[in-house]
Structures are given as C-alpha cells and as structure tokens.
Design a binder for this molecule. Structure first.
Ligand code: COA
Length: 185
C-alpha cells in the first residue's frame, strides 16, 4: 500500500489498481470476474447515480462499441466502468465521435473513500487512449456527466484530472456537470 501523492490526510490507497477489459479476458477469467462483480454493492443513496454493476457489465459485453472493465485491487474486483464509443452526446458533449463516454462507474460501497475512484477514473482515460490508437479512431479524450448532487463523484473525477465543461440538463435525474479529460499525448 502507498499513500497517494495528492490524497487528503489519512487517505491511503492501494498501489495496485488495474482496469481489466472484460471483452479481452478468456472465458474462465471472465466468469470469475463476473462472479466477483455480482458481489459488488451500491448503497441505496447512490442508486440514483448508477445502475447494477453486473447488469452494466453484461450490457457492455453484449454491445459493439461498449468496452466494460472490471476495476481490480489486491487481485479482486472492487468496481466497474464502461467506455463507450459514438455516444458522447449522452453526456452533453456537442458531438458523439470526438470523445469516449465514461459510464456505469461504481466502486463497491465498502471500498469507497480510499482513492480507488480517482485512480480508476485516471486509468480509464489511459485505457481510452489505447482503444483509440488500437482501432484507429479519432477521440481526443473522455467525457462523462455526473449529477450535481453527487459530491463523491465530482471530487473523484476532479482529482483524476477531469475538467468541468458546464451544466447538462439532459437525462432524468436532475442537473449534471459535463466533465472531460483530454488524452495527455
Ligand atoms: C463516485 C465513486 C466511484 C467514487 O469512488 P471512491 O473510490 O469513493 O472515490 P475516491 O475515494 O477516489 O474519492 C472520493 C472523493 O469524494 C469525497 N466525498 C465522498 N463523499 C463525499 C460527500 N458526501 N461530500 C463531499 N465529498 C465526498 C471524498 O472525500 C473524496 O475526496 P477527497 O479525496 O478530496 O477526500 C463512488 O463514490 C461510487 O461508486 N459512487 C456510487 C456510484 C456513482 O456515483 N458513480 C458515478 C456516476 S457518474
């Protein structure tokens, strides 16, 4: 374990956080990780911000253009996220194709507040840049929308380097902030 360089006092984070692309795992490894994802918990107060982790992972596996990841720490699943191509306007971005959409982002409720979210969000940007390069696409960064009433999400994304690009009033769960992180190279 290490203390994160920009973490607040007393915040200790794991130094071994990995994003494992579910679509690239072999069948056995994927089944193990899906079993772990099934055990992830979203608190009642957070259910308005995110869906069920297993359902989000399975939806990501079933759809072209979606790349679901399991967030692993100390060898076990602690969360999930999905990168989606061609869908950035769902987060209030002006077009669909210059940014990846980050969606379905959740850390198990028992593991929150330790810096895992900010690390995973930063690693999602690196993973997205690799997808763009591997597939010859033209995204320049990652965008998401986060509810204005979600302080943990706002803080985690800000600490991961995402920049506020204004308010988004689409969707059904109240005002959102559009947050964007450009690829670094
Ligand atoms: C959002 C989420 C992924 C963040 O994961 P995490 O591992 O807890 O994030 P981190 O520990 O890296 O950072 C959380 C930050 O929020 C802060 N925070 C947590 N609860 C807070 C609250 N009620 N008010 C203000 N800040 C809060 C923490 O203090 C920390 O900031 P700090 O580093 O400045 O102290 C996690 O809370 C989660 O899964 N929430 C439910 C699903 C969700 O909201 N997903 C995002 C949808 S866009």
């Amino acid at each position: 374990m290490i203390r994160a360089g920009n973490a607040g006092p007393g915040v200790v984070v794991a130094d071994n956080v990995w994003l494992l692309p579910l679509k690239d795992l072999d069948g056995d490894a994927r089944a193990v990780k899906l079993g772990e994802i099934a055990g992830l918990e979203v608190s009642a107060e957070h259910r308005m911000f995110v869906g069920d982790p297993l359902r989000m992972a399975l939806t990501g596996l079933a759809e072209d253009g979606r790349y679901p990841y399991v967030i692993d720490s100390d060898g076990t699943a602690v969360g999930v996220l999905t990168l989606q191509a061609g869908a950035a306007t769902l987060a209030g971005w002006p077009d669909d194709h210059t940014a990846w959409l980050l969606r379905g982002f959740a850390i198990d409720r028992h593991r929150q507040g330790r810096g895992l979210g900010r690390i995973a969000a930063a690693k999602a940007v690196v993973a997205a840049a690799k997808l763009t390069a591997a597939h010859g696409r033209r995204e320049a960064g990652v965008v998401l929308s986060v509810n204005e009433a979600n302080p943990a999400g706002l803080a985690a994304y800000r600490h991961a380097g995402f920049v506020d690009h204004g308010q988004y009033l689409g969707g059904t769960s109240g005002p959102q902030r559009i947050m964007y992180s450009r690829f670094t190279s």
